[in-house]
Design a protein around this ligand. Structure first.
Ligand code: FYN
Ligand code: ADP
Ligand code: MG
Length: 576
């Protein structure tokens, strides 16, 4: 009997073996029917299994682990409700081009399909399909190897994204001979193949760039993901072209770099004549490449600039405005091809952009930097976003290896422009959707996969979406310092109920809430601060100790603005 069972394997083990064979060593999960034993056995087999309090946070963790490692992050959930909780994260990952695999257990197919009222009945595959890059189901143990190989390839090849893998409960117990099982597994060869750009496309881009008088390079999170850091820096420095980082591309070059045009954003977008997009899309965050932001005559008019777009997805081209020089391929290959072309055809004769352009940018930039320095130097009572974030800026400067997670409205927008980043992939935020709820999931995964300290700057509203995961942070004793920017509400804490009723206004929370005590409840360090000096001490202590810490930073409740810097997207009634 024993010898026979040693020769057998089952669905549980084949899933784990297939993941391990492909170098995947971590699972983000919340155990329950039918995947409890899968989580246990994965841990027994040496995988890191991080167990959360809500699947959406496990899903966000998997997504950002994918972004940080270029391997698909794995989120494992139970059926129907657990699956749905993970689905928001899967969909967000797909929108942001983060590679992840949501693996969910599912209930008995024949009952689900006849809608006979199964436990957690749901046609999960059909629901997931339109919300992710690819969706697969495995019915037989011998197909687990193929299923996982397909999921990995779909997640990381081409434009990365989210993949759903449906694992029916009955699959896990299926047995087969251990040897046949082993042979059924696939070690994926070259899961994210390089995509070399066509030489004529490189020449077209170079010709356009050479004719530019006011060129601009725009770096997006695709550029951060691609890990072509040295070549991207060389491209910027060799050409002398000013660059603008999208929020998660901050730090690809240090924000203090003299060619950074971040503090002259409005000026460069409106004035540039040739713009090179590197892993950034012309979506809402870039005003769709048109309108007044881009020097267009009215809200819908195109500006006069020409675009080079480097992207792995050919379909991204012309999505909003005409792309004059599409450069399709992986960013590493495209940037390196562009660099070689610059070096060989232009050689030492590469002409840097006219001083007229760079000095006009410097002038705008210095004006904004001076204005900012003034705002940061004030020390009002109560503390406001600026005085608190001046501290965060100094702490990041002293700890450039720390990862900054950031969500909220004002807490997001002020942090983005105040806190300089110095290293690639250190700033993780709400991304393409402006989603709230990524905070603790991103923080936990960042700490787990990088081992670096994490600082999460959270609006008090944003924190609420994933706040229960402070227990998870304590349970795994992670070096995460959460700073809750507590201004008593969404945007501000000052709204009043216009009807005069007893309920508070919909944007207002409990005044003077003590989020620090939430962390203390699970054995972490909770600190309540009301001044920049106290905040600085608490953050330094958190970094030195590496202990889970939550700092409740009391911010002037009148300090925020409606929707931060995107007020224009929040319709307001004209009827008062
Ligand atoms: C930038 N700026 C600076 C600096 N960096 N000034 C001084 N010092 C520094 N370091 C200037 C910059 O030139 C701009 O001024 C201004 O500050 C704002 O710059 P920012 O933040 O880079 O750009 P902006 O205009 O806010 O960009 C638009 C955006 C951004 C859509 C890309 O707002 C964004 O990423 N938003 C995400 C919002 C979101 O998802 N929210 C979650 C939902 S909240 P000028 O050049 O003078 O214009 C729900 O309510
Ligand atoms: P941001 O929000 O910072 O502007 P986006 O997420 O909108 O960035 O854009 C990222 C772009 O990068 C996407 O269009 C995606 O196809 C592209 N991309 C992601 N990874 C790579 C890669 N390795 N090579 C080329 N393009 C990539
Ligand atoms: Mg708030």
């Amino acid at each position: 009997m024993t010898t026979q069972s040693q020769e057998m394997t089952d669905g549980f083990h084949l899933v784990i073996d297939a993941l391990k064979l492909n170098g995947i060593d971590t699972i983000f999960t919340l155990p329950g029917i039918p995947i409890t034993d899968l989580a246990r056995m994965a841990q027994a087999e040496g995988m890191r299994v991080i167990s959360f309090r809500h699947e959406q946070n496990a899903g966000n963790a998997a997504a950002i682990a994918g972004f940080l490692t270029q391997k698909p992050g794995i989120c494992l959930t139970v059926s129907a409700p657990g699956f749905l909780n993970g689905l928001t994260a899967l969909s967000n990952a797909t929108t942001n081009c983060f590679p992840m695999i949501l693996m969910s257990g599912s209930s008995e197919r024949e009952i689900v399909d006849l809608q006979q009222g199964e436990y957690e009945e749901m046609d999960q595959l059909a629901i997931a399909r339109p919300l992710c890059k690819a969706a697969f189901r495995v019915l037989y143990a011998e197909d687990i190897g193929v299923g996982i190989a397909r999921a990995i390839r779909a997640a990381v090849s081409g434009r990365p994204g989210g993949v759903y893998l449906d694992l029916p409960a009955r699959l896990f117990g299926q047995t087969m001979s251990a040897q046949a099982g082993k042979q059924s597994l696939i070690k994926v060869v070259d899961p994210a193949p390089r995509q070399i750009p066509a030489p004529d496309a490189v020449q077209r881009a170079l010709t356009l760039l050479k004719g530019a008088r006011r060129p601009l390079i725009l770096l997006g999170k695709g550029a951060a993901y691609a890990r072509a850091d040295a070549d991207i820096r060389a491209l910027v420095e060799k050409t002398g072209i000013p660059y603008l980082p999208m929020s998660m591309a901050k730090g690809l070059l240090p924000d203090t770099h003299e060619q950074s045009a971040a503090a002259a954003r409005s000026y460069v977008l409106a004035e540039a004549d040739v713009v090179v997009l590197v892993g950034a899309r012309l979506n809402w965050l870039l005003s769709h490449g048109k309108g007044k932001t881009w020097g267009g005559k009215d809200a819908r008019a195109w500006g006069g600039q020409k675009f080079v777009q480097i992207d792995i997805s050919p379909q991204e081209m012309d999505s909003n405005v005409a792309i004059d020089a599409p450069l399709v391929g992986d960013i590493g290959s495209c940037v390196s091809a562009l660099l070689s072309a610059i070096n060989s055809t232009a050689g030492s004769s590469w002409v840097k952009p006219p001083a007229e352009w760079t000095s006009a940018i410097a002038e705008r930039k210095n004006k904004n930097l001076a204005k900012m320095a003034e705002a940061l130097a004030r020390n009002p009572t109560p503390m406001n976003f600026h005085s608190a974030l001046a501290v965060v800026r100094d702490v990041i400067k002293a700890n450039p290896e720390a990862i900054l997670v950031n969500e909220g409205a004002n807490a997001l927008d002020f942090t983005r422009s105040i806190v300089d980043m110095y290293r690639p992939r250190k700033r993780l935020d709400v991304g393409t959707w402006g989603i709230m709820g990524i905070g603790m999931g991103f923080s936990i995964a960042a700490a787990v996969v990088t081992g670096k300290p994490v600082i999460a700057i959270e609006g008090d509203s944003a924190f609420g979406f994933s706040g229960m995961e402070v227990e998870t942070i304590c349970r795994y004793n992670l070096p995460i310092c959460v700073v809750v920017m507590n201004n008593n509400g969404v945007y501000r804490g000052t709204d009043v109920n216009p009807s005069g009723g007893a309920d508070v206004a919909p944007t207002v929370f409990v005044k003077g809430a003590r989020y620090d005590m939430l962390m203390e409840a699970f054995g972490g360090a909770g600190v309540h601060v009301t001044t920049p000096a106290e905040l600085h001490r608490a953050m330094d202590a958190a970094i030195v100790s590496g202990r889970p810490t939550l700092i409740n930073a009391v911010i002037d409740e009148t300090a925020g603005t409606e929707s931060g810097r995107i007020t224009s997207l929040n319709p307001q009634s004209a009827k008062k």
